[in-house]
Ligand binder design. Structure first.
Ligand SMILES: C[S@@+](CC[C@H](N)C(=O)[O-])C[C@H]1O[C@@H](n2cnc3c(N)ncnc32)[C@H](O)[C@@H]1O
Length: 344
């Protein structure tokens, strides 16, 4: 087998933000009804693996088929152990991209360390060009941080990077049906902020989520979303974007009713998802996790990456396409986002 595995690794559960649409749900709802189904994420962090368990697994990456690790969470950079894990992953010769809410980048010791470690990419989440709308979508728990701090964090990371190429810096934007114009407005903000790549991604919520009707796209939104994606790809403003097939996938995910086929899906062949409790899944899609039989459940706890990914099936057609899937293509297309030389 070749070294071609991408891990999306949700390292730790806690986050200083309380985005009501977050994949991790909200602390308020989980305090009264803690999740009891496999694969359900929670910021409550009752079962997060210890630093010792995480570093033990990271030490098994050299010589494994893992090529790239995308570290997410929760907020990875608020947890001091994260950079210890990242250092081990870099020592293993893997590419590392970190997804962050951006606030930790305002701390010089964090930005300097990211540069020193040679982290390849830092994807910063920001959902709207209007500070008030953004901070309603992405409220910090303390109410003390928001939009302006995130932009300050991006500026601080750019300064710490100086003339070096890495880390490449990107903005990730969750697009809802309320704000299709965020696709192009955030591109303008990203270009103005001097970042290197930009990924607008469709919101993904289970159909019974309280915000699904308000936020999730419907087939009636395809025209507006398509027009903004078209403008974005015609005028990328020097930003690296996911390859153009992403437009088709984005629109397919909102024009079908969460069904369909993914030909030659990389889930379980070249992409895997690790939950903070160590559970290892073929991909983070709700539908794929729900379809995993108990005997196929695996964990990184006490496991060796050289064994876990040694015996992989080839990419096969998956019949479980959903809007959850769309966000996986930019992860698999990271080289394009990180390598494209930005000419302004
Ligand atoms: C869960 S966060 C974790 C990393 C980090 N704390 C951050 O804010 O980027 C990873 C990414 O998932 C996005 N996200 C969270 N919930 C989502 C949802 N329901 N649909 C689509 N994207 C979502 C976030 O906006 C962020 O870009």
């Amino acid at each position: 087998m070749s070294r071609d595995v991408t891990l999306l690794w949700a390292l730790r559960s806690p986050c200083a933000f309380a985005c009501p649409h977050c994949y991790f749900g909200t602390i308020e709802e989980h305090k009264t009804a803690p999740p009891d189904r496999a694969g359900v994420l929670s910021h409550l962090a009752r079962t997060d693996l210890s630093l010792a368990a995480l570093t033990a697994f990271a030490r098994t990456l050299p010589g494994s088929d893992v090529q790239r690790v995308v570290i997410a969470g929760g907020e990875p950079l608020d947890w001091p152990g994260a950079l210890e894990v990242v250092a081990l992953i870099k020592d293993a010769g893997c590419e590392v991209v970190i997804a962050t809410n951006g606030i930790p980048l305002t701390r010089p010791q964090v930005t300097e360390r990211l540069v020193d470690l040679g982290v390849d990419g830092v994807s910063v989440s920001l959902d709207h060009a209007d500070p008030e709308v953004n901070d309603r979508m992405r409220p910090s728990r303390s109410g003390r941080f928001g939009y302006h701090d995130v932009l300050a964090g991006i500026g601080a990371l750019r300064r710490a990077r100086g003339s070096r190429r890495a880390p490449r810096i990107g903005i990730y934007t969750v697009v809802t049906r309320e704000h299709p114009q965020a696709i192009t407005e955030m591109a303008a903000l990203a270009a103005e902020s001097g970042v290197d790549y930009y990924v607008p991604q469709p919101i993904s919520l289970p159909p019974d989520h309280a915000l699904a009707a308000r936020m999730c796209h419907t087939p009636g939104d395809v025209a507006a979303v398509g027009a903004h994606l078209d403008r974005l790809y015609r005028h990328p403003q020097g930003l690296a974007l996911p390859d153009s097939s992403y437009v088709h996938r984005f629109l397919a995910s909102i024009s079908t009713q969460d069904s369909g086929k993914v030909p030659g899906c990389f889930g379980g062949a070249r992409l895997f998802f690790i939950q903070p409790d160590g559970s290892l899944w073929d991909c983070p899609s709700d539908r794929r996790i729900a379809a995993t039989p108990p005997e196929r459940r695996r964990s990184i706890r006490g496991a060796d990456a050289r064994d876990l990914f040694a015996d992989r099936p080839p990419c096969t057609d998956c019949m479980l396409f959903s809007r959850d899937c769309v966000n996986m293509w930019p992860l698999m297309g990271m080289p394009r986002l990180l390598d494209v030389e930005v000419a302004r």
